[in-house]
Structure formats: C-alpha cells, structure tokens
Ligand binder design. Structure first.
Ligand code: COA
Length: 336
C-alpha cells in the first residue's frame, strides 16, 4: 500500500468458542412449563450451549481468541488493541478485555469493553475498523462474548428459553480502501427503548441488596412482543438502507449474517432484502441468542462451511437492548 492510498480494515482471521454443555428444548421442558414444539415454532431454537460453574465471559473470549491466533499463526505480542463487546463481563471492573489481554500474553495491547447488547459486536467491529483507518494500529482483536446464563431466571419460561452462551473473535488488519474489507456501516441507538429489555439491579441506580435479589432484579427482563415489533422493523430497515446506499441488489449479496434472536425476525429481514435461503446465515437452532457473540459465530460457521470466498459481498445486521441496531457492508477477504 503506497502512502497515497487511504487504508481501511479487513477481517483476516476468525475464532469461536462454544462451551461443551448443551441445554436442549427437551431439557427445558423439565425445568419450566414449555414444550420443544412451542420454542421451535416461535423462535427457531432447538438447543443452546451453557458454561459450567467457574467459567465466565473472559474464559470464552480467551478461547475464541486463542482459536483465532492459532489459525492466523499470530504472536499475541503483535496485537495492538482488544475490544470485547459484552453485557455480561466477568465483573464491573476490571474490563473483560484486560483479563483476556493477560490470558493471551498480549503484552503490547491496550483494550476496553463495549456495551451495546446484541449490537455490541457490530459497534465494536466498526470502532476497530476506525482504529485501523487512523493508521495508528495494525492488529485489532474484536471479540463478542456473552454468558447469558448468568443473568437469566431459569424459572421464567418467557426468557430462559431464548438465550445461550458463546464467544466469537475476529482480527482486523489494514487493507487498501475500496478493494475489500469493511466498506460501510450505519449504526444507531434509541434509549427510549430501554424499558423493553433491561437488567435493572446491581448498577449505580439500584445497588445489590437482599431486597433486589429477592425481587429477582439481577435477571434479564424483556417485553418480548414489543422487542419483536421493533426488531423486525429496524433490523430490516437498516439492512435495506446499507444495501441501497452501496447500490447492492439482492443478486449482489452473497451472504446476509443477521443477529440471531428469533428465526421469524431473521426471515423477515432476509425477505426485505429479497434474499433466498442460501443467501442467509442462520444458526439460531443450535446456539439460540448469544447476544454479542451471534455475528462472529455466524461468520465463523460460514467460513467453516465454505460459504464465503474472497470478494463476496456480505451484509451484517443487528438489533438489541438499548435499543441499539446497525448494518454493515463487508467485501470478504481471505481468511486464515
Ligand atoms: N413456552 C410456552 N409458552 C410460552 C413461553 C414458553 N417458553 N413463553 C411465553 N409463552 C406463552 C406466553 O405466556 C403467552 O401466553 P398467553 O397468550 O396465555 O399470555 C403466549 O406464549 C404467547 O406469548 P407471546 O409473548 O405473544 O409470544 P410471541 O409469539 O411474541 O413469542 C418471543 C415470544 C419472546 C419468542 C418473541 O416475542 C420474540 O422473539 N421477541 C423478540 C426477542 C428478541 O429479539 N430479543 C432479543 C433482542 S436482541
């Protein structure tokens, strides 16, 4: 790349980690008043992975990063920055990114956590790309990791069936602008949606007490119908907006990788883009909603399945608590 050319970021390696413990819909039938048939038909979920006692977000994030470093054959000392998107950090502080940095031996890196729920990975990917573009950093590790099982009430059938645990990681490196990599993104948030999906206990507004624990205020709360309504509209709208802004027709898009919260939301967004089944990545049946991990896990699966080749046009889209949402256009690069 000459000094005249502007640089942007491309994804050069992907890693993933899913805990080996699996909780199926049939297992959930024994825990709450639900059925495999209800969960499958309303959400598209069959099973989800859960961490074991003692494992948390930094563990999964580290494993995903190690998988990536192994594939890229990269010395961890070459990593400049680590961004961990999560709403389930090991603890309030230090940041999960610091724990991952130490686990990896990434001794030259700085890092931070980014909180944007199910849009967290997309926000982190965009942030990492801008860091590469600045010219100051050349190896940015972007991780999406969430231990949703830590904040779910396993007596509440309306929420506990929907989520799983997992982590995915990508490496961003520089490339010449316009040829490949992250071409465009549109990101949004609207805090008026905060009342529909939240966990209120344990923060500075409502510090933990015996009462907050008794009131189950340390668990995720969701108005499923309201979130569904907004997710269907805004994820579809932003996917279409990013495609249109880049003059991409349905035939131009090789793969659409949307956030995996509900198969009906995924299908509605794909339909809006005019895509067929083979242009859509859906793995919600095996993982459920892994919050910040869903998009990197989707990318990892697409690469493993040979569904993406260099030059392919890929659209990413997400919607989550906040509300937060976004769409991104990537021209796919060679992945190690
Ligand atoms: N098993 C059986 N019945 C259940 C159930 C379960 N696990 N969970 C809820 N129900 C019941 C409800 O109690 C309700 O019964 P009622 O009619 O007697 O009150 C009925 O099923 C329908 O509930 P409803 O909430 O209208 O279902 P739905 O079709 O909207 O599906 C969700 C519920 C949560 C799957 C759906 O709203 C959804 O996916 N929302 C968006 C979730 C999301 O995207 N979250 C993350 C954002 S990133």
């Amino acid at each position: 790349m000459s000094s005249q050319q502007r640089r942007t970021a491309k994804i050069t390696a992907i890693g993933k980690y899913l805990p080996d413990k699996i909780l199926s819909n049939f297992d959930l039938e024994k825990m709450v008043d639900t059925t495999d048939e209800w969960i499958w038909s309303r959400t598209g979920i069959r099973e989800r992975h859960l961490v074991r006692d003692g494992e948390a977000t930094s563990h999964m994030a580290t494993q995903a990063a190690l998988d990536l470093l192994r594939k890229r054959q990269l010395d961890p000392k070459k990593i400049d920055c680590i961004i961990v998107a999560t709403v389930t950090p090991d603890m309030f502080f230090p940041a999960t990114a610091c724990l991952v940095q130490n686990n990896l031996g990434a001794t030259r890196a700085w890092g931070f956590d980014l909180s944007a729920a199910c849009s967290g990975f997309l926000f982190a990917l965009d942030t990492g790309a801008r860091m590469i573009e600045s010219g100051q950093y050349s190896n940015v590790l972007v991780i999406g990791a969430d231990t949703m099982s830590a904040i779910l009430d396993y007596t509440d059938r309306a929420t506990c069936v929907l989520f799983g645990d997992g982590a995915g990681a990508v490496l961003l490196e520089p490339c010449e602008e316009g040829t490949e990599g992250i071409i465009d993104s549109i990101l949004r948030c609207d805090g008026s949606g905060a009342e529909y999906l939240y966990m209120e206990g344990g923060g500075s507004l409502l510090p933990p007490t015996a009462e907050t624990v008794a009131n189950k205020q340390h668990f995720l709360v969701q108005d499923g119908r309201a979130v569904f309504k907004y997710a269907v509209k805004w994820m579809a709208d932003i996917s279409a907006e990013v495609a249109e802004r880049n003059s991409l027709t349905s035939q131009d898009i090789r793969l659409f990788i949307p956030h995996q919260a509900n198969k009906r939301i995924i299908d509605a967004s794909a339909e809006r883009l005019g895509l067929t089944e083979d242009q859509l990545l859906s793995n919600i049946d095996r993982y459920a909603n892994t919050t910040a991990a869903t998009i990197p896990l989707g990318m990892a699966d697409a690469v493993e399945d040979g569904r993406l080749q260099p030059g392919d046009n890929v659209i990413l889209a997400a919607f989550g608590a906040g509300f937060t949402w976004g769409g991104m256009y990537i021209r796919w690069s060679k992945i190690h």
